[in-house]
Design a protein around this ligand. Sequence first.
Ligand code: UN1
Length: 499
Amino acid sequence: MTITDAQTFKNFIGGEWVDAASGETFESVSPADGETIGIFPKSSAEDVDRAVAAAKAAFEDWRLVPAPKRGEILFRFARLVEDHKDDLTDLMTHEMGKVKAEAGGDVQEAIDMSYYMAGEGRRLWGQTTPSELKDKFNMSVRMPIGVVGVITPWNFPIAIPSWKIAPALVCGNTVVFKPATDTPLLGERFVELLVEAGVPAGVVNIVHGGGAAVGDRLVRHPDVPVITLTGSRETGVQVMRNAADHLKHIHLELGGKNAIIVLDDADLDLAMDGIVWSAFGTTGQRCTAASRVIVQEDVYDALASKLVAAAEKLRLGVGWEDDTDVGPVINRTALEKIDSYTKIGVDEGAKLLTGGEVATGNGLDKGHYYRPTIFGDVDAQMRIAQEEIFGPTTALIKVKDFDEAIRVSNGIRYGLSSSIFTRDVNKAFRAMRDLAAGITYVNAGTIGAEVHLPFGGTKDTGNGHREAGQAALDVFTEWKSIYVDYSGKLQRAQIDTAE
Ligand code: UN1
């Protein structure tokens, strides 16, 4: 496909497909081979304002639609995503670049989340509780909040929008959605299917464009009381700051520097499989990726050589071919950042065991490919062991014992995922308790979250919220406590409690 025959897409505002007010556009280009995927509106504050006005107006009816009915629309949406799983998967291999099996997993995660949240339409439980007074009834209920600004990354272009939009909708909120500029077509397809499922006009709006214009306006807009963002730590800090004047509810899902610990009693082949999957799956572009491997000294050499051999067997290529193991990274800027960290690692004195270069030849020059990279002899304080690289690079750190392993694993600013390979049940339980992270895996890598458990991290990974599972409902609702006095007389709490 060339730029001349690439299709042009629009924003969706108040039930209408419309161009950006400025008429400007940007292109979505495949990281796999440079093909143009589509042309999208480059929106500005004016477009955001229109979408917010539409979402605000639609909220008044949507919040009154019974939650089970809202859930039914999500059930229909989930079924539509299932029907379109193959074409969405194929599109994802082109627009985002991940390999087919993982792209299918990404779409499946959205199907699972949509079914799960659809079911929430018949739960959305609050509490009933006794009153301290006679003839009085107490309960708490979840209330929708209003317009939710949804800002999503490119690395899970179908799954992450579902983590945010499905719970936002079932809870009775309306949405203005800004997908990443690297994956606008997947965002657009997501919204098309929601519309087909029967979401009323104005309830979901999509505004394409960059963070500085579209995202920033959403974050500052007085009529958007909730912002949910998955992105970098730096963006998260900026969002909190810019939303502070309106005391918004902010949900942040930010970076990770996740480690896999391998103790000397571990099944090394199993650990190797977990590490290769967690470090190089999605080309390392997951916030749950294993970018550190903490290895007890007795098994360090054996594990390092197994890992290098496994990494060198991985086949790089376009994601839509069945025998590709590792796809491209998202764009040139990412490729340059990843490569710059290789130089940083070498300069810091780490030993480059394999990879460490842009991959070329066999058509790879048309896209952005980087060789799976493993550093050995890494000191826990080096930048490659502290900073999020978001690419296929992992750092092996040698430790003496379990306690040092836990210390090193926790010795970073982030706290998303963590993992330990051991056959010692006591150490496994200690690790479950002591690893300072939102997620801990035992005898599995750092990736593989399921939709019905809370997802999120401690420390600089976020601001204490979790998405997915029941925890997500706390982001998209506010509690209201209701007291009904049916005694027919004035009863004063804390005072008239004697009778
Ligand atoms: C992310 O990288 O932002 O557990 C999310 C996992 C995936 C989700 C990752 N299911 O790695």
